[in-house]
Structures are given as C-alpha cells and as structure tokens.
Design a protein around this ligand. Structure first.
Ligand SMILES: *[C@@H]1O[C@H](CO)[C@@H](O)[C@H](O)[C@H]1NC(C)=O
Ligand SMILES: *[C@@H]1O[C@H](CO)[C@@H](O)[C@H](O)[C@H]1NC(C)=O
Ligand SMILES: *[C@@H]1O[C@H](CO)[C@@H](O)[C@H](O)[C@H]1NC(C)=O
Ligand SMILES: *[C@@H]1O[C@H](CO)[C@@H](O)[C@H](O)[C@H]1NC(C)=O
Ligand SMILES: *[C@@H]1O[C@H](CO)[C@@H](O)[C@H](O)[C@H]1NC(C)=O
Ligand SMILES: *[C@@H]1O[C@H](CO)[C@@H](O)[C@H](O)[C@H]1NC(C)=O
Ligand SMILES: *[C@@H]1O[C@H](CO)[C@@H](O)[C@H](O)[C@H]1NC(C)=O
Ligand SMILES: *[C@@H]1O[C@H](CO)[C@@H](O)[C@H](O)[C@H]1NC(C)=O
Length: 653
C-alpha cells in the first residue's frame, strides 16, 4: 500500500510539471491551420476548446523554468498532405523547439519570424514548394538558437542570404541544407562558418546555381564535416584554403566547371575524408601519391574528368575504399602493377573508358566483396581467372562481368557450392567467351539455353554439378566446341544424336584450328607442354548421370575413341557391336541395368523392341571424323589424369 502511494505521488508530481497549452499557443496554432488550404484532416483534432497538447502533431514538454508558461515544444507535421502557406504565427510559439513541415505542398515564403524564432532549434521545411529567399528579422546581434535548418528541395531562388560576420542570428547553426533549390550568387563571400556560424558541421548547397570559385573562406570552417556543392556552376581551381578545413569527412564538388590539378601536398591534409567526389569537372593531372594517407576514404569518385597518368601505388593504402570511380578519364599504365589486394572492402571498381593497359591484376581477386567491375573500353587483355569465384555468388559474379564483352576465358570452377545455374538470358553478353569452366560447383538447374548463343565457345566444362534435365540437342550449334565435359551431373533423357554431329568433329582443316588452340589466352606464362596431350585425348565420359535410351549407333563408328565411360546411367538396349564399342570393357558400361550385350555377359532378347536413334551416314561422316578427332576432341572427366593436368593448368592453385 505505501509503495502504491509513493508511485501515485510520483506520477502526480510529474504530471503537474507538464503545463497545459496556453491560450496564446492555441491561437498561434489555429492561425497556422487557418492559413492552410488543405489541412490533411488536422481540423478534426485541432478544435477550439480542447487542450492543444493533445492535437495531432503537437507535443508539449515540461516547463524548463518555474514561471514559464509555454508548453508546445514540437510541431511535427511532416508528410501530412498540407497545402497553403505557413503562418508567421508559428514563430511566436514561445517554447517551440522543433518545427517539421517537410514533405508537404506548402507554398509562399518561409516567414522570417520563424527563421528568427527565439526558441526553434530544428527547422525542417524541406520538400515543399516554398519560394523567395529565406530571410531573418529582428536584431542582427541577437543569437538565435537555430541549429538545424533544412530548406532543401523547395523553389527558393535568388541570391542566397549569406549571413555576414557581424550577424549573429545564425550563430548556433550546425547543419544547413539548402540543396535542390535555385539559389544563385557566389559561394559565401563572407566567411559563413568562420564568422556567422562557427559551429557549422554540415553545408549542403548542391543542386543550385551557385557561381564563382570555391570560397577560400572555407579555411575558417574548422568544424565542417560535410560540404556538398555539387551540381552548380562553380569554376576555377580548388583553393588551398579548402584543405584547411581538416574536419571534412564528405566533400562533394561534383558536376561543376572546376579545373586544375589535385594538389598533392594539400590533399593529405584532409585526413578525415570518407567521401571525395570531384566527378564531372575538368580536373587534369594525376591522382596525387598523397591520397594514400587518406585511410578513412571509402568513396573516391573522379569520373568524367580529364585526368591522366598511372594510378599511384599508394592507392592500396586507402584500405577503407568501397567505391572507386575513375571512368571517362585518360588514366593509363599497366593495371597489373596496382595492388588491389589490400582493398578488402572494395565493392565497385569502375574504370570504364580509360587507357589502362596490361592484364587484369591478379590482386583484384582478393577483393571478395567486389560486386561491380567495369573495365570496358580499355586495352586490357588477358582473362579472368578462377579466383573471381571469391566474389561470393555466381549470379553476382556473372553480373560483375556483364560489361566485360571481350572476356574470352572464364574459369570459375570449385566455387559457389550448390547455387542455381543462372538461366538469365542477359548472360549472352559473354559473346566473346571461348573457354568456360564452371566445374565442381554442385550447381542445380538445367544446362542453360544461353550457352547455345556463345558461338565462340570452344571449351565447356560443367562437370561435377547437379544439373538436371536433358542433354541439349542444340549442342551441335556450338560450331567451335571441341571440348565438352558434362560428367557427374544428373542429366536425364537420351544422348542426343546431334552429339556426333558437332561441327568440330567434321572439320577437315583441323590443323589451322589447332594453331588457334595454341593461342590460348592463359594468364600463367607459357603454355605447359601438357596442353599438347589434348590432341591425343580421345575419350567420352558421360558417367554418373541419369541418361536413358539406347547408345546411339553413331558412337560405334567413332573409331578414335580410346576411352569410354557411360557407366552409372539408365541406358538401355543392346551395346552396338562390330565397331569401336567392342574395344571397351564392361566397366565402360556398368551400372546401366537395362543395357545388354556380350561385353556385359548379358544377352539381349532378340524379340525385345528397342528404341533406335537415327544413324549417321558413313558418307557424310566417316573418314572426316577420324582426322578431326585426332586434333583433340575431349569429352573428359576430372578424375582422369589428363583432366587433372588440364584443370591445374586452367586453375593454378
Ligand atoms: C522531419 O520529418 C520527416 C518525415 O516526414 C523526417 O524524414 C525528417 O527526418 C524530419 N526532420 C528532422 C529534422 O528530424
Ligand atoms: C533535413 O536536414 C536535417 C539535417 O541534415 C535532417 O536531420 C533531416 O532528416 C532532413 N529532412 C529530411 C526530410 O530529409
Ligand atoms: C539535403 O537534403 C536533400 C533532400 O532535399 C538530401 O537528399 C540530402 O542528402 C541532404 N544533404 C545532406 C548532407 O544530408
Ligand atoms: C528536388 O526537389 C523536388 C521538389 O521538391 C523533388 O521532387 C525532388 O525529388 C528533389 N530532388 C532531390 C535530388 O532531392
Ligand atoms: C585534357 O587534357 C589534355 C592534356 O592532358 C588537354 O590537351 C586537353 O585540352 C584537355 N581537355 C579538356 C576537355 O580539358
Ligand atoms: C591520353 O594519354 C595519352 C598518354 O598516356 C596521350 O597520348 C593521349 O593523347 C591522351 N588522350 C587524350 C584524349 O587526352
Ligand atoms: C572489344 O571487342 C571489340 C569487337 O571485337 C573491339 O572492337 C574492341 O576494340 C575490343 N575492345 C578492347 C578494349 O579490346
Ligand atoms: C560429383 O560431383 C559432386 C559435386 O556436384 C561431387 O561432390 C562428387 O564428389 C562428384 N563425384 C565424383 C564421383 O566425382
């Protein structure tokens, strides 16, 4: 019982410190309501005769001092579909701390009485249709409490009202967002943060029509952390004074008409920079070596300038980098010399349209977070190695490579365990691909149709996955394919007759092609002698699938076959006799309960009807096959010796 009493007493005493809304406050609010042409339903709750502390959007606070009568501390009416004008009466609410009218359709001006309120600390009128120039009123010498002023995304126009040194109205200002208006004038001639607003930490003037040079007065902005003046008409060079604002964390001057070089010595002063966005200007020269001192830099955007030279090796010291955008410049040099391995957080690297040469650096594969890599329109050569698989999932890796239209080799085996095989048509952009290996990934899904569009494909390894569905009959449309490995999947259906009609099997002038094969774009120095073994590999391995139906008669005529493994499927019918098939042992056919033939010591019932597949005419096929195959048709599986050599060749450990 006594405890309950104490609680009650406490509750009563705290309640008594919350004052009621005064008559004056209620009138101020009702004047505001009266100025609205659309009140978004406010009138239903804002009624005469009721305490305004319970009105929608109104918060009352406890009295700070005895004797103070004001109660309304917050007017929070963001996104209430309000239309009409803002009454100056809101500026007379004596205890108002926060006024938020953002995301409405308010028009007219922002009353100077509100700007100069003796109590408002946070004023947000962003995303409205306010016009004119926001001005202050009253004594220039009176310090107003305003700390946050968000007038962004309105239709303010004309000369920005820079408060000069002697004006202390904005003395407490910490954040000023005036972006996305039509302000004109030079950047502050009077030192805004040096004098009028010494605590200014955020200044966003982007998306306006400011002209002139970047103000040297910024030197006085010792508290400034965010400076955004992008999308204006600034010109000239970066003043040395800018680099005295050493608290800067986010600097964006993108899309202006700035020029000159990025002074090396100065750059290092902005030691706290997290974002540096100078894209879309006319800067020239090199990236200064001193950039390496910016250890917190996460975003470096210098795209669409006229910069040149090599990337400084010190860039690798900026270990926080997430985004590097250098597109549309004239950077050059051997990209292979840049060590990206320290940039573990890198997600986006855009080098589109520069003059980089050399090979794609191996070190880029250490960037396991990389999701977007654009190297197009550079004379970079070489190919992407299996290590790009570090880029987590296969769909992402493909997307990352999408713009690499000239990619010829993609070897990403032993990654992406158990993911779906991308079926996306967009992967067609790999139009130049010649060597594709996505083996041992346990990928699920069908053999995707987009593969049939890769007309340059010469080597395809999809072995050791869990692909289902039929072996595609379009296989013979890959006119350059000479190496195909589909072993150890879960393919079903028949062995398509088209398999024996692959153009590379029919080729006469294979020697010309043989030369081409030796032009493999390997990234590991010399071509190992073992590649020559390819020409002797003559095997077909379709084991461990779920293939059904008969063994195509055509296979029996492929006299080159020295190794055959079609075991562990669900094939049926007689093993063709009197040809190449009879040279193999039972192990080539085992694990197919419905197969029969003398090799398996299981004789076929002569009456049993066995489905047949069209034969391949001797004339059309015969002799040519033998010569062509010597050049190296290789249907292989990873466990065989040559494949091991091949995979270690393609995918050096
Ligand atoms: C004002 O309200 C909007 C929501 O309508 C909110 O996004 C914004 O952060 C608020 N402004 C301030 C300064 O809190
Ligand atoms: C206006 O700017 C202030 C200060 O940066 C911010 O807190 C507020 O969220 C902004 N309002 C909106 C609607 O974004
Ligand atoms: C300023 O306001 C705009 C919206 O009007 C917003 O997009 C921008 O992020 C804000 N600037 C800062 C630095 O918060
Ligand atoms: C600029 O302001 C307009 C009008 O308020 C708004 O629709 C638009 O989204 C704003 N743009 C940005 C980038 O904030
Ligand atoms: C780009 O820089 C080169 C010299 O590096 C200069 O000749 C050229 O005029 C510059 N182009 C522009 C558009 O500034
Ligand atoms: C790009 O830089 C190279 C030197 O690296 C120079 O020869 C070439 O003229 C430059 N191209 C342009 C468009 O400035
Ligand atoms: C990419 O291939 C196209 C067409 O073959 C060619 O015109 C272009 O020069 C190549 N680009 C590079 C950077 O090699
Ligand atoms: C078949 O492939 C799976 C991966 O999908 C692998 O785990 C398994 O070891 C392979 N089996 C053989 C016999 O190679």
């Amino acid at each position: 019982m006594p405890i309950l009493c104490i609680i009650l007493v406490l509750m009563l005493s705290s309640a008594s410190s919350i004052s009621c809304c005064t008559e004056h406050e209620r009138n101020c609010l009702l004047q505001f309501l009266a100025g609205l042409s659309q009140d978004g339903g406010l009138a239903a709750s804002w009624r005469h005769g009721t305490g305004c502390c319970s009105w929608e959007g109104i918060t009352c606070g406890s009295m700070k001092n005895e004797g103070e009568v004001a109660a309304v501390t917050d007017v929070l009416l963001g996104a209430k579909k309000l239309q009409g004008s803002i009454s100056p009466a809101l500026g007379s609410l004596p205890g108002l701390l926060r006024l938020n009218l953002s995301h409405n359709s308010l028009s007219g001006s922002l009353p100077s009485e509100i700007m100069s309120s003796g109590s408002i600390v946070i004023l947000d009128v962003s995303f409205n249709g306010l016009a004119g120039v926001p001005t202050t009123t009253g004594s220039r010498l009176k310090r107003r409490p305003l700390q946050v002023l968000n007038i962004s995304s309105n239709q303010f126009a004309g000369e920005f009202p820079w408060w000069d040194d002697g004006d202390t109205t904005m003395a407490n200002l910490i954040a000023l967002n005036a972006s996305n208006n039509s302000f004109t004038a030079q950047m502050p001639v009077a030192p805004l943060c040096g004098g009028a607003s010494p605590s200014l930490a955020l200044l966003d003037l982007s998306h306006n029509q400011f002209t002139g040079e970047v103000s040297p007065a910024l030197a006085g902005c010792s508290m400034l952390k965010v400076l955004r003046v992008g999308m204006n008409n600034l010109s000239g060079t970066l003043p040395a004074e800018l680099f005295e604002a050493t608290s800067l964390e986010h600097l964006s001057l993108a899309n202006n008409g700035l020029q000159g070089e990025l002074g090396g010595a100065h750059m290092a002063k902005l030691i706290n920079l997290v974002t540096l966005d100078l894209g879309g200007n006319s800067f020239h020269g090199e990236i200064p070596e001193s950039i390496g001192q910016l250890k917190n830099l996460e975003m470096l955007s210098l795209g669409n300038n006229n910069m040149s030279g090599n990337l400084p090796p010190s860039l690798g010291n900026c270990t926080s980098l997430i985004t590097i955008d250098l597109k549309f410049n004239n950077f050059s040099g051997d990209l292979g010399k840049v060590d990206f391995s320290t940039l573990r957080n890198l997600k986006t690297l855009d080098l589109l349209q520069n003059s980089f040469s050399g090979v794609l650096p191996e070190s880029i594969y250490s960037c396991s977070n990389l999701t977007a890599l654009r190297l197009s329109v550079n004379p970079i050569h070489g190919e992407i190695s299996s290590r790009i698989g570090n880029l987590r999932d296969i769909a992402k890796a493909f997307r990352a490579l999408k713009s690499s239209r000239n990619l010829t080799t993609l070897l990403i085996g032993r990654n992406f365990w158990g993911e779906p095989m991308p079926q996306d048509e967009a992967i067609e952009s790999f139009e130049s691909i010649r060597y594709l290996s996505i083996y041992h990934c346990s990928l699920i899904g069908n053999i995707p149709l987009w593969l049939s569009k890769l007309k340059n494909l010469e080597s395809l390894d999809l072995s050791n996955n869990q692909l289902t569905g039929a072996m595609p009959s379009w296989i013979n449309s890959l006119s350059n394919l000479f190496y195909l490995d589909l072993s150890n999947n879960s393919l079903t259906g028949q062995i398509p007759a088209t398999l024996t009609e692959m153009p590379m099997l029919k080729l006469d002038d294979y020697e010309a092609h043989l030369t081409r094969q030796f032009d493999l774009p390997v990234y590991q120095g010399e071509i190992p002698p073992s590649i020559c073994n390819l020409t002797n590999l003559q095997m077909l391995d379709l084991s461990i699938n779920h293939l059904i139906g008969p063994i195509p008669e055509g296979l029996n005529k492929l006299n080159f076959l020295s190794e055959l493994n079609i075991s562990n499927n669900d094939l049926e019918g007689p093993i063709p006799t009197g040809g190449q098939m009879s040279t193999f042992s039972s192990s080539s056919f085992g694990g197919n309960p419905k197969l029969c033939g003398s090799i398996l010591a299981k004789y076929c019932d002569p009456v049993e009807a066995v489905p047949t597949v069209p034969d391949i005419s001797e004339n059309e096929y015969g002799g040519k096959v033998i010569s062509a195959v010597a050049f190296g048709v290789f249907f292989g599986i990873g466990v065989l010796y040559d494949q091991l050599v091949l995979s270690s060749y393609f995918c050096p450990k």
